[in-house]
Ligand binder design. Structure first.
Ligand SMILES: [Zn+2]
Length: 121
């Protein structure tokens, strides 16, 4: 009987821990959702977009172009004429802190969360 009791206590503890971790993960994901897209060229901010608003922006640079699209809360490089196409192949991003880098064009697309004001909406 003692082992069964110990076992059930173990499972209750385990399930509680898993539930707590799941809730924490959901909260962290919510906080980690980006709100703004910042586009940098050679470390200078050249354009900003809102993840909440669908928009396509073609950035023309001396090195070429990057067409950046925000769609359904995600941002991605739709097309570019860089050699390696790493930015295009980076895919869709939506979490704060993530970035898409186009090294040949010295272009960085960063996602940020503009703070608790937006997070509480
Ligand atoms: Zn690129």
């Amino acid at each position: 009987m003692r082992t069964i009791f110990n076992n059930s206590k173990f499972w209750i503890g385990l399930f509680s821990a898993v539930a707590a971790i799941s809730i924490a993960a959901i909260v962290l994901t919510e906080l980690n959702t980006g709100t703004d897209v910042l586009i940098f060229y050679k470390d200078k901010l050249i354009y900003t977009m809102k993840l909440s608003e669908n928009e396509t922006k073609r950035i023309e640079l001396d090195e070429g172009y990057n067409e950046i699209e925000v769609k359904n809360g995600e941002v991605y490089v739709k097309s570019a004429d860089c050699k390696n196409q790493i930015c295009v192949n980076s895919g869709k991003k939506s979490s704060a802190g993530s970035a898409i880098i186009c090294a040949p064009h010295s272009l960085t697309v960063k996602i940020e969360n503009d703070g608790p004001a937006d997070a509480s909406v």
